[in-house]
Design a binder for this molecule. Sequence first.
Ligand code: ATP
Length: 430
Amino acid sequence: MNNDKMKNIVALCKRRGIIYPGSEIYGGMANTWDYGPYGVLLKDNVKQAWWEDMVMKRSDIVGLDSGILMNPRVWEASGHTQEFADPLVECRKCHQRFKQNGLKKCPECGGELTKPKQFNLMFKTNVGPVADDKNITYLRPETAQGIFVNFKNVLDSTRVKLPFGIAQIGKAFRNEITPGNFTFRTLEFEQFEIEYFVKDAASADKSFADWAKTRFDWYINLGIDKKNLALRKHSKDELAHYAKAVTDIEYKFPFGMGELEGIANRGTFDLKQHEKHSGQKLRYTDDKDKDVMPHIIEPSGGVDRAVLAFLVDAYDEDEAGKEKRVVLRLHPRLAPIKAAILPLVKKAPLVKQAKDIYEELKDKFFVEYDEVGTVGRRYRRQDEVGTPFCITVDFENLEKGQVTVRRRDSMKQDLVKIDRIEEFLKDKLQ
Ligand code: ATP
């Protein structure tokens, strides 16, 4: 079902308000997508899970939220102005650009192609009212540089001690020309990145291995099937100019293996470059008052790619009774809606009790109330967006002060006392 699987997921995302094509009423825009009402919850939950696991629960990592627009000298120091480019050929007739890939004639119009030229992936813009070369700046193509330029600020304003990390979640932009495979490759995306600073090269080697494991396990703990994940070590000639070693975490998408996250040993490259270009000392002073230039390990992931992998891995079709159903078997931490509250039929005492339960729960969990259509259809709708529990109020159980709680994956039902529902959910949603 592989090829169809991707199509089905894209269709489900649109139909159920998870992800929509960008600017759709104007005919769309290639490689742009918008997150709908359920999608924004899913994406937020992915970011929150990362933030809780990587920042909140660790004492060695602090957070940061730096700007998208930065002094353009940052991108000279980082090497992006010179190096962040793909070689492309351009059609002399229709001016479209393509990766060369053995092309002889323009695949769009048959026109003659230029020799390959370096094409920078950074989006340029101008600051101020005049568009000239002196006020050019860029939309950041990665969040990492915001961390490096704040390294000194964090040292001076907090009590961090080596080894420590600075973590950031934020938007990045790349003028990608290769086709996107849904949200896998987009012009605008979010990254979750950590720059982890350690005292020397030996510590960096150890930390590099530790981070690859920590990040690999993170995806598995949130429900990704281990057999769909792989670690891939970059060969020497594949390494970017700044990296001593890189290991990618790849996911088996229906369209092939694709990178979710790269863990890079960047050595001292970044801090050295920014020292050189800014003229500021970017060193850590150790207990013996010695200046140390830390080595850096960078786990750098894409939020949108993680969301896509969680969606693909969770997507399933099975039989509910005699009917086929689509179900997203999302980890409860990631599920957009944690529980739906449903009166079995739209009759006064059931509706009132269901609404009371909804009111009670809605300040603590993302829950939904639904009374439209048969209960079977309402279950199906919740299965499609991955809601782990459906709480149903029926006449017989209402008299006993209880409800049925249906589980999304097994479709098994438990009887739960109305005053214990909150406790039940808290316990099961970890
Ligand atoms: P690729 O080789 O797929 O272009 P990359 O190696 O250039 O990715 P990095 O620069 O290492 O990517 O960026 C870190 C992470 O940011 C990637 O692992 C990916 O999850 C995410 N990312 C990068 N480019 C995009 C994009 N155009 N759309 C969505 N996510 C992206």
